[in-house]
Write a new protein. Structure first.
Length: 424
């Protein structure tokens, strides 16, 4: 969306479509963004990193073996990392948005209860990790550090990147994206750069590499246009992940051996469980539409673009409408979730969404399409603003979420067997 706006209003000489600064105002009456991942989706990280997502992690026991035999992690990772769309959907906004943890409940409230009725993660001066690296061995952090340092080989320079990041027990969004760029999914930085060459860079002057990031690219000057953000809420959605090192252990009779990565250096750790913290099979879930977390669906709509400013220079009116997911089985259409389903793809058949889109498109009774918020998105946005102002000028934030000491005492590993049929 922002890419098209920036492209069409930029001159051809500068890589744009040459439509002129007023093209959008002259040609577009309203923009309807239905379930759009404005700030990306966290599960794109795991897909590119190890060919895994929550859905693949749920296939336990025999099914897991069958899946690995015919379409294993390495094959999935190789395929998915070749999709430019996944690189484009990596989380945007960095630690300033994703690192606050404003959408993570600490009081045991499950996502479909919509609101964190108690406290949320207390991390005003910290960066909440999007990836936590679990160590199941009895080795100390110092042992791991020494091993990873010794495992660097001149013949295999990429191991230096793996060694560097395997020392970290927690990776913030910025650190995780940096790793993907440096590692290049095992093919080097040049490979990753061709897929997402703006990763980790911020320029004062806008370029095409920034156009898909709404946190840095402003909306066009189109005061006559309206933006409608329509999306579903009330479904458990992937937000953060727990990984483990996939290193080959040294044999007891080898005196000079060092651990080496086995193919993919890091894999999701499906044994991490904590129902009270909404963690199942190594995945922490929050409110969203089942694919896109709430913070990506609504933050820009209720805050980033809400008022006239740097990201909305002409004060475009932004209307946000949320649809609470209501599952219903229909005999004639068993593959869908019913007329009130708000799941990411299923929402296109939601009867209320259809009515609203028709009102917007025909301009008939369009005034009835007003902002309707049923989730916690406004409180989430307020916490992000609070953290942004309270940490201005501060450096070296320390994360208080899921440090090794907390992980070891808090998470219950292996509670459920591989054949457990229950779902999180």
């Amino acid at each position: 969306m922002t890419y098209f706006f920036a492209w069409v209003t930029t001159s051809e000489r500068n890589g744009g479509g040459g439509g002129g600064k007023d093209w959008v105002d002259r040609h577009i009456h309203a923009l309807t963004n239905i379930a759009g991942p404005l700030l990306g989706v966290p599960k794109s990280i795991t897909a590119i990193m190890s060919g895994e997502m929550k859905d693949t992690n749920l296939l336990m026991g025999t099914f897991d073996s069958i899946l690995e035999q015919f379409f294993g992690r390495r094959r999935r990772q190789s395929l998915w990392s070749s999709w430019g769309s996944l690189w484009a959907m990596l989380p945007k906004g960095g630690n300033k948005i994703w690192g606050v943890g404003a959408d993570m409940c600490d009081d045991g409230q499950i996502p479909h209860s919509l609101k964190c009725r108690g406290k949320t993660t207390e991390n005003a001066l910290s960066n909440v990790p999007i990836l936590s690296l679990i160590d199941h061995s009895e080795k100390s952090g110092r042992d791991i550090e020494e091993e990873t340092e010794n495992s660097v080989s001149k013949k295999r320079p990429l191991e230096g990147v793996i060694a560097e990041y395997s020392k970290k027990s927690e990776w913030t969004v910025d650190e995780t994206l940096s790793f993907l760029l440096k590692w290049g999914v095992g093919l080097g930085q040049k490979h990753a750069g061709t897929k997402y060459n703006a990763l980790g860079r911020r320029r004062t002057k806008q370029s095409p590499q920034d156009w898909n990031d709404p946190t840095t690219t402003p909306l066009p000057k189109a005061p006559g246009m309206k933006i409608y953000c329509l999306y579903g809420v009330g479904l458990e959605t992937e937000r953060a992940f727990f990984y483990k090192r996939n290193f080959e252990d040294c044999k007891s009779n080898e005196t000079s051996c060092t651990s080496q990565p086995i193919d993919l250096p890091f894999l999701m750790d499906g044994s991490v469980e904590n129902q009270e913290q909404n963690i199942s099979y190594g995945v922490k879930v929050v409110d969203g539409d089942g694919s896109v977390p709430l913070i990506s669906l609504g933050y820009m709509c209720v805050d980033g673009w809400r008022k006239k400013g740097n990201l909305n220079p002409s004060g475009i009116e932004v209307i946000t409408r949320e649809y609470l997911h209501q599952q219903e089985f229909i005999v004639d259409d068993p593959m869908r979730g019913g007329p009130k389903s708000a799941e990411h793809v299923d929402i296109m058949g939601n009867i209320d969404v259809t009515k609203d889109v028709l009102r917007i498109a025909t301009n008939f009774n369009h005034d009835e399409v007003k902002t309707k918020i049923v989730s916690d998105i406004e409180r989430i946005a307020a916490r992000i603003r609070e953290r942004s102002s309270s940490t201005r000028g501060l450096k070296g934030w320390k994360s208080k979420l899921s440090s090794h000491s907390i992980i070891n005492s808090m998470f219950r590993r292996g509670e459920r067997s591989r054949n457990d049929s229950r779902r999180p």
